[in-house]
Design a protein around this ligand. Structure first.
Ligand SMILES: [Zn+2]
Length: 596
């Protein structure tokens, strides 16, 4: 068997369209130029917006310049963050992250007045301004911005918070990232002691050897536990920082800033989460079925992702590319064409390297520049699904490039709409290709495990995060406190169907979302359930579904999720809508049962 390219060796992204390297002189010139333009901007517009000295057309002109400045300001720090993700141990990249972030903060501070004045505009001033035709594309941005009006402080206070953020929240995030990125995991595999990266050790959770899976995850968690002093302190500070932030900004609910940013009503999210929690027995049904498939009495949580077939055939990266492009093409030609661009233009970094950031992501900073994808490809079918997932994000970003910068990013709850859809498209393509019951079982298990990890697990993670924030209000949490909360929330999900290994009390330490973006996890549950419902529509309507779906992706963040979905005939405030997603899951379970 030709195994060349099995781990995507040599598939590194090409960042030269941004800058030629960390020492590219254009980084400094760009920062200096942006700073200068920001100074001129501040000189031109400060005090003129809220006082009503600009008409609609002049305001649109100012917004266009502000948009250009925001993009320029982010370009160097975006580049630095990609360099750092590709090699977290590269000291030049570390320095550049720090330097460009500081420079961007200084520029952002010059511009803070602008959004504050937009927020300060009186309700009566708005209609006349919005009447100008040039303002049409900024209407939604103004709405979104002004939703934070009751929670925005004075210019001086906002500047101070921004500056202190560098040594506060942002410093803890960086510390967390550097520490977890530097961890190596010592494990005996096939009688040989090896030093593994986080990507490599976590990949062993899908290894056929049950004992190895448990040793791998235990080592992974214990290695984190060795740093419990730092990790506990980081989480406590992140929780406390958010508590202070919420108090300063008059939020009575710690999740509210996320809901506002997501443009979604708290009760919609709560209804969704409760529906998921009501369906925990469905996840437990899968775990019991999986135990039967593995021929064991009861699953441990290190068995959740165990392969059910003994032989695991690795998929070379080139074949993964072929599969993905073909599957996407059967759904929609533009999907396939955009995915191909990522491979042929080197917008994807897929090879496994020491020091590379764990996990996978797709990143973009401007509608005027294409997105990038990073992952660590190990050749498993799970890795193929991950590539499809991230390319789904890439397609979403690419389609919404027709939007301006403010309307470019989809709200979080819609951010997974294309990525999860892309994964299901891939799996369905593979299911249609094979009638072999064993192969179908493997695919359905893969799909159901993805659904478990997204819909069910992410809801349990969000509940944990909510409880942790609540408890932190009463004071510092010890590692034991956090571990107990963590296990308590996981137990609700697993019930009696899964036994958690003892080291799992450290499971909270490696969920970077708790550190980097508060309450992000519910958007995974939301997005996946939503996508399951959308996919059901696609199965019902066939090709007629595609144009409306593409329009949804093209709309990026230009409208509220509720409104964007209403155009597809979906009402997210109806509980039946969420139940529809679970009927789809039940269908997959029945299909799996039929292969037995
Ligand atoms: Zn995603």
């Amino acid at each position: 068997m030709n195994t060349s390219g099995l781990k995507a060796e040599g598939t590194q992204w090409d960042l030269s369209e941004l800058y030629s390297g960390p020492e590219d002189l254009r980084i400094e010139t760009d920062l200096a130029e942006t700073r200068q333009r920001a100074e001129v901007f501040a000189h031109t517009y400060r005090g003129k917006i809220a006082s009503g000295q600009l008409d609609g057309s002049a305001l649109a002109h100012a917004l266009a310049e502000y948009e250009a400045l925001s993009e320029l300001e982010h370009r160097p720090s975006f580049y630095a963050s990609l360099l750092f993700a590709a090699d977290t141990q590269n000291s030049k990249a570390q320095q550049l992250v720090q330097h460009t972030r500081e420079a961007a903060t200084a520029i952002a501070n010059l511009l803070v007045f602008f959004t504050l004045e937009l927020i300060a505009l009186d309700e009566e001033q708005l209609p006349a301004l919005l009447a100008a035709p040039e303002m049409a594309e900024y209407r939604h941005y103004l709405e979104v911005l002004r939703r934070f009006k009751p929670h925005t402080l004075s210019e001086k206070e906002e500047q101070l918070l921004n500056q202190k953020h560098l040594t506060g929240n942002s410093a803890f995030e960086q510390l967390y990232q550097e520490l977890t990125g530097s961890l190596r995991f010592t494990l005996t595999v096939d009688g040989e002691e090896r030093e593994l990266t986080d990507g490599e050790v976590m990949a062993l959770l899908r290894h056929p050897d049950r004992d190895l899976r448990e040793r791998a995850f235990t080592t992974f968690l214990q290695t984190h536990a060795n740093h419990s002093l730092v990790l506990t302190s980081v989480l406590n500070n992140i929780l406390l920082d958010h508590k202070i932030d919420c108090e300063l900004r008059h939020y009575d609910d710690v999740v509210m800033p996320t809901h506002l940013a997501n443009e979604i009503a708290p009760q919609t999210v709560e209804a969704m989460m409760q529906t998921v929690e009501r369906h925990y027995p469905l996840a437990q049904e899968y775990f019991r079925l999986k135990a039967r498939l593995l021929g064991i009495a009861k699953l441990k949580n290190t068995d959740l992702y165990a392969p059910i077939e003994a032989e695991v055939e690795k998929i070379p990266f080139a074949q993964a590319r072929e599969l993905i492009v073909t599957a996407f093409g059967q759904f929609s030609e533009p999907f396939a064409a955009i995915a191909s661009d990522f491979f042929s233009n080197r917008w994807i970094d897929a090879e496994v390297r020491s020091g590379k950031r764990g996990g996978a992501f797709c990143a973009a900073f401007s509608p005027r520049h294409h997105p990038y994808v990073l992952c660590s490809y190990n050749g498993t079918s799970r890795d193929v699904a991950t590539v499809a997932h991230e390319l789904g994000h890439g397609i979403h970003y690419s389609l919404s490039r027709r939007q301006n910068l403010f309307n470019y990013d989809a709200p979080l709850v819609l951010a997974e709409t294309a990525s999860v859809f892309a994964e299901i498209v891939l799996t369905r393509h593979l299911l249609l290709q094979t009638q072999n019951p064993a192969a179908r079982r493997a695919l359905l298990c893969g799909l159901l495990e993805e659904i478990y990890g997204t819909v069910f697990r992410q809801t349990a993670l969000t509940r944990f995060e909510m409880v942790a924030h609540q408890q932190r209000r009463a004071g510092h949490l010890t590692a034991e406190d956090i571990g107990a909360l963590w296990l308590q929330e996981q137990e609700k999900l697993f019930g009696s169907s899964v036994e958690m290994i003892s080291a799992y009390r450290w499971g909270w330490t490696y969920i970077s979302h708790f550190i980097h973006s508060r309450f992000y996890c519910y958007s995974y549950s939301f997005g996946e359930l939503l996508t399951l419902a959308l996919f059901q529509r696609y199965l019902d309507k066939g090709a007629a579904f595609v144009p409306g779906y593409i329009t949804l992706l093209e709309s990026g963040g230009s409208q509220r999720p509720e409104r964007a979905l209403a155009q597809l005939g979906i009402d997210i405030n109806q509980p039946e809508f969420w139940d529809q997603g679970f009927r789809m899951i039940k269908g997959f379970l029945d299909e799996l049962q039929a292969t037995l």
